[in-house]
Design a protein around this ligand. Structure first.
Ligand SMILES: C[S@@+](CC[C@H](N)C(=O)[O-])C[C@H]1O[C@@H](n2cnc3c(N)ncnc32)[C@H](O)[C@@H]1O
Length: 277
């Protein structure tokens, strides 16, 4: 993809998620369902019906797998219904650990991780959208979280975190929005602790039919909806490996949309795990 195009996509992504932060409007993905469980996903409803505007971000988040008890344990304003999975459930985060959440939005997974690492640990949320960073920081301040911080950064350029310093990288429905996935995974590899201590556990969307990389086939709105930027599962895993990781495990996989919903493309939600050697 040409630089100007990736820059203009990025501006669109910031605009879209800036609005999500300000208005609370969802979200990531089209109208679909987690068919394996008969549950709706982000911007979706059961049985392939469109998400009802009456569905709150909390209800949407329940549909992608968050428990009501865990959602009650974090600031309500951090829940946007913008994720496509629950990476914190799979990440084996430990008390005292250092966790980084990429594309942290209003902070949902940052606060869940912060409740686990407790006072001796630290959770850093990274986002490139100012409105999201403001909302997340306000959520932290209003709710007395002292073990979290939010930093501005473009995760595919440079993650503003030191080399070899992080126990767990999490991310929820974000990397599909980046224009250079390999660069993003290289950055993740750089910040993780070596010797199989540092690990990445992320949720993201993939598709059965990736669109061609020429700019004429890209629809910026569909990119922002986590569709046109989605890779095939095979290419997604290959990108992680090109980023420097050796073994990639798929921990969970759910159908997110059936083919008739988006240009006959099927979209799936994955949770993948890898460790840094
Ligand atoms: C679909 S939302 C998910 C937010 C959050 N993870 C959640 O589950 O609520 C995507 C987020 O990723 C951020 N984002 C997208 N591309 C990014 C990039 N290249 N660098 C940093 N943040 C990015 C957006 O600003 C937005 O807040």
């Amino acid at each position: 993809m040409y630089m100007t195009d990736s820059l203009s996509i990025k501006e669109k992504v910031k605009e879209r998620y800036g609005k999500v932060a300000l208005t609370g409007d969802s979200c990531c993905g089209p109208s679909v369902s987690f068919e394996s469980e008969g549950r709706g996903g982000c911007c979706s409803g059961n049985n392939n019906t469109i998400l009802q505007s009456s569905q709150s971000p909390v209800q949407v988040s329940e549909l992608v797998g968050y428990g009501s008890k865990e959602m009650k344990s974090i600031p309500e304003d951090s829940i946007l219904g913008a994720g496509c999975g629950t990476p914190t459930k799979f990440a084996f985060i430990k008390e005292g650990g250092t966790v980084v959440d990429l594309g942290s939005g209003a902070g949902i997974d940052v606060f869940l991780a912060a409740n686990i690492v407790k006072g001796s640990g630290r959770v850093i949320g990274i986002d490139m959208t100012d409105e999201m960073l403001e909302k997340a920081s306000k959520n932290a301040a209003d709710n007395g979280y002292t073990n979290v911080e939010f930093r501005k950064g473009d995760i595919e350029e440079r993650i503003p975190v030191d080399d070899n310093s992080v126990d767990v990288v999490i991310s929820n429905c974000v990397i599909n929005l980046t224009t250079d996935k390999v660069k993003t995974f290289r950055e993740i590899h750089r910040i993780l602790k070596p010797n199989r201590i540092g690990r990445m556990v992320i949720s993201d969307l993939v598709t059965d039919k990736q669109i061609a990389e020429d700019t004429s086939s890209i629809d910026p709105d569909k990119w922002c909806s986590c569709i046109d930027g989605a890779l095939t599962k095979e290419n997604y895993i290959a990108s992680i490996k090109k980023g420097g990781f050796e073994n990639v495990e798929v921990l969970d996989e759910k159908i997110y949309t059936e083919g008739d919903q988006v240009d006959k493309r099927r979209i799936s939600s994955l949770v993948v795990k890898t460790v840094k050697d």
